[in-house]
Design a binder for this molecule. Structure first.
Ligand code: BGC
Ligand code: NOJ
Length: 811
């Protein structure tokens, strides 16, 4: 069953009924200010850091769900409703939510009154701006009062939901004209405040939640909107809110609009006060002046459209598959921009306080983002590298506001350092900018320890070679990519975090996955070394990679697939000898991506085993058979019920590894089908089962042993976004940046006649037409550029900033 449809021309997903199987959200904000917005107007806003500078409050896991948002209550002769349906839930004559790129439009209609609220975070501003437009669609005059509503958060979101003995006494506001200033803690150490304002005369306001809602009411039943009159309350402690009321009269057919601004304002430390006790409102005035008129609002919307058209124009595809087109051209790229900004911090499944920017997560996110805005990718690489430790290891995450690594979710994940090499290689292949290798970058955020980025890569690589186990495979540390395969933790205490609990280093537990990754990244590493004249290091890497290849072939092979690991006692994991967990997806994907076993025929065998043992109608499961009991020697992975999360759920993140691996052995049809199975546009029709947004990837889909097979969770913030985009654009469609140019190496269904791509690359624009006259899955027999044949399948870098027409013929 569907709850909406894709409007491809507008690049919007249009939701046509409000009671979606889960709140379907969007992200507003491309720079420093962000809002999450659901299809029923739920969500919250923050500045830079969802934990440390939260502007509005949100209640996770609330009853009903999705409680807290930007609400516009309409009272027409005692009839109360909200255009987004929630929270009042009055029946609507019309409902529609259009989630677009960087904006959301929610339209509701009742009693012939249409209300359209359009929200965005305009480029260049630290504010969410909402235009609320009314139209009288009846033939009678209308008179009604509407009430805006936001609930302020007391800045630190964790504190806000825990430290009530303090919080209930600190809230402070000020109201001047139509502007509500939320200035809690400004009088002491903060140099920032929030504003909520409207561009029209108001008939009243409220800033005290209890007065506005009533202590024993919910958002669905608030006293002030019900009574139809503001009480001009001034919050003192407790819970400050912002609300305006405006009386509106509309002739038949008449329209009126109002622009609301919810903004973050900051003053330099020495300019906090206008005069003693009076806060400096200059930044607020400047912000509000920018959104006084409809023309200003529309210009901001136009700028947003233009911004995304420009970003997306770097890669546009036309294939025979409509769903692939809409994902590749719009939604998958868009999700990659969101994961770039959010990492794993704030979604409807990540509370914004648990996880900040992940070291591994954000480096991987670059794979799908670097072609969109390379400058930002560069900045991210340098920020992440600066949190690395001197021995090459990494904090698992850092806080976006401070950019300092922290141990809140642990460290000692031995795959982390290698991802840095991955990210840097992707960046240089895209841009050709080798100078990044010379940037001086701190260790552990200590500038006195700064070394060139190339030095960080060396320490990353050596962190593996310095930490090999008994078979010569990499030691796993706390875990590898699979955070939950904790082979050295042995946790017996309920509730203890597997990510931070004591981790004794057995010196025995080894990871075949890291081995595959090491070989996969090895060639890039050698190239990067050579770029900096480090020929000895490149030669060392070559030797080590060959050794690792052989080690995997010898001690990392189980007969029909690659082993997963050795535990702290040297026992095999991911072997047919095990009762549960006989085969894991990760090493099959990564070892084949590394090229291991391709020439020996083992890659094909491993991928056949994946198809035979891990495939489900909803994607490829992480492992089989699922663990039925808790195993202290395996850790968190066995703490999950069968077929959820890492215990054999369909962990979408690593499905594209299989897709890529399949392209490496030339099986285009199978690559395509693994791509399609987890792709949300293809599951749109079963939204009632799938539950999360049909326009973005979830992290996980419940697999065969779960009662709710096919049900997705954890949408938006997942490495799946980047990996799927990377797999489909670079390996299925096969347009792949190299150090020396743009490779054309598709691996598609043999039923396809071909496809076209427009790809901007280092200033040139390539219009690439791929034809498939012989109906093969892989192989390019000829390429011409602007009518002239070229040798091989790598388009050179012309660097002339011109358009080039490329004809590639498969066969
Ligand atoms: C989750 C993982 C996550 C890890 C770190 C685990 O509980 O299952 O997906 O990466 O926590 O936060
Ligand atoms: C989610 C984490 O964000 C990611 O880094 C990890 O690789 C997967 N979980 C698998 O455990």
């Amino acid at each position: 069953m569907k709850y909406g449809y894709f409007d491809d021309a507008a690049r919007e997903y249009v939701i046509t009924r409000p009671d979606t199987p889960y709140p379907w959200i969007n992200y507003l904000g491309e720079e420093d200010f962000f809002s999450l917005m659901s299809n029923t107007s739920g969500g919250y806003s923050f500045y830079k850091d969802a934990r440390m500078l939260r502007l509005t409050r949100y209640r996770y896991n609330n009853v009903p769900t999705d409680a807290g948002g930007k609400y516009y209550y309409i009272n027409e002769n005692g009839d109360l409703w909200t255009p987004g349906w929630m929270p009042v839930k009055a029946d609507l004559e019309k409902y529609e939510c259009r989630h677009g790129l960087g904006y959301t439009v929610i339209t509701g209609k009742r009693n012939g009154l249409l209300c359209e609220q359009t929200a965005l975070v305009p480029l260049g501003y630290t504010a969410e701006v909402t235009r609320v437009k009314f139209r009288n669609e009846t033939d009678k005059k209308k008179e009604f009062t509407f009430f805006s509503f936001v609930e302020f958060c007391l800045w630190n979101a964790l504190d806000d939901m825990t430290n009530f003995q303090r919080n209930f006494s600190i809230g402070e506001v000020e109201v001047i004209g139509t502007t509500i200033y939320h200035k809690t803690e400004y009088r002491e150490r903060r140099n920032h405040y929030a504003v909520f304002s409207v561009n029209a005369n108001i008939d009243g306001f409220d800033t005290d939640r209890e007065t506005f809602i009533g202590l024993y009411n919910g958002f669905d039943d608030p006293d002030v909107p019900k009574a139809g009159k503001s009480r001009n309350s001034i919050a003192s402690g407790w819970a400050p809110i912002g609300s305006h009321s405006i009386k509106v009269k509309l002739e038949p057919g008449e329209e009126k609009s109002f622009i609301f601004v919810l903004g973050y304002c900051e003053n330099p430390e020495d300019q906090k006060w206008e005069c003693p006790g009076v806060i400096n409102k200059a930044p607020a005035q400047k912000l509000l002046a920018a959104f006084r008129t409809d023309e200003q609002f529309e210009a901001a919307m136009q700028a947003m459209h233009a911004y995304f058209e420009e970003q997306l124009s770097n890669y546009q595809a036309k294939t025979p598959d409509e769903k692939m087109n809409r994902m590749v051209n719009t939604w998958n790229q868009y999700q990659c921009t969101v994961t770039y900004h959010m990492s794993r911090s704030a979604s409807y499944f990540e509370s914004g306080i648990g996880r900040g920017m992940g070291f591994r997560d954000s480096t991987q996110d670059l794979l799908g983002f670097v072609h969109i805005i390379p400058e930002l990718a560069r900045e991210r690489i340098l920020d992440i590298a600066a949190t690395q430790m001197e021995d090459g290891s990494a904090y698992h995450q850092y806080q976006p506001l401070t950019k300092k690594g922290n141990n809140d979710i642990g460290s000692g994940f031995n795959d982390d350092p290698l991802w840095l090499i991955f990210g840097v290689a992707a960046y240089i292949k895209e841009t050709g900018d080798e100078s990044i290798l010379d940037e001086m970058v701190a260790y552990d955020c200590d500038a006195s320890k700064a070394k060139p980025l190339s030095d960080h890569l060396i320490r990353s690589f050596h962190h593996v070679t310095d930490n090999l186990g008994p078979h010569g495979l990499p030691l796993i540390g706390r875990a590898d990519w699979n955070d939950c395969l904790n082979l050295n933790c042995f946790s017996k205490t309920p509730g203890e975090s597997f990510q931070t609990t004591a981790n004794f280093e057995s010196g025995v537990a080894e990871s075949v996955f890291i081995a595959g990754m090491f070989v996969a990244v090895g060639e890039d590493y050698q190239q990067l070394c050579k770029m900096r004249g480090l020929d000895d290091e490149a030669a060392f890497a070559d030797v080590e990679c060959k050794k690792m290849y052989d080690t995997v072939m010898k001690d990392g092979w189980d007969g029909k697939w690659f082993l997963r690991a050795y535990d702290a006692f040297g026992n095999k994991i991911g072997s047919h000898e095990n009762r549960d967990g006989q085969i894991f997806i990760e090493p099959q994907g990564f070892c084949v991506m590394a090229g291991i076993g391709i020439k020996e025929g083992r890659a094909k065998e491993a991928l056949d085993s994946v198809r035979d043992l891990l495939d489900t109608p909803y994607g490829v499961s992480l492992l089989w058979p699922t663990y039925k009991e808790y195993h202290v020697e395996l850790g968190e992975i066995t703490s999950y019920p069968p077929s959820y999360k890492e215990n054999g759920g369909i962990f979408c993140h690593n499905n594209p590894w299989i897709t890529i691996a399949e392209t490496m052995i030339g099986r285009g049809d199978r690559a395509l089908s693994t791509y399609q199975h987890i792709c949300p546009a293809y599951t749109e029709d079963i939204s009632e089962r799938h539950r999360t947004e049909p326009y973005v990837y979830p992290q996980m889909i419940a697999s065969v042993d779960a009662p709710r097979q096919g049900e997705a969770k954890n949408s938006w913030l997942t490495g799946t976004a980047s990996w799927t985009l990377y797999s489909v654009t670079q390996y299925i469609l096969g347009i792949r940046p190299q150090y020396n140019g743009l490779m054309i190496d598709p691996c598609i269904s043999d039923k396809w006649d071909g496809f076209t791509i427009t790809r901007k690359f280092r200033g040139d624009t390539f219009h690439i037409t791929v034809t498939n006259p012989d109906h093969v899955m892989k192989g390019v027999k000829s390429i011409t550029v602007d009518g002239k044949a070229i040798e091989g399948n790598v388009l050179p870098v012309y660097g002339d900033g011109k358009e080039h027409n490329v004809q590639a013929v498969m066969g």
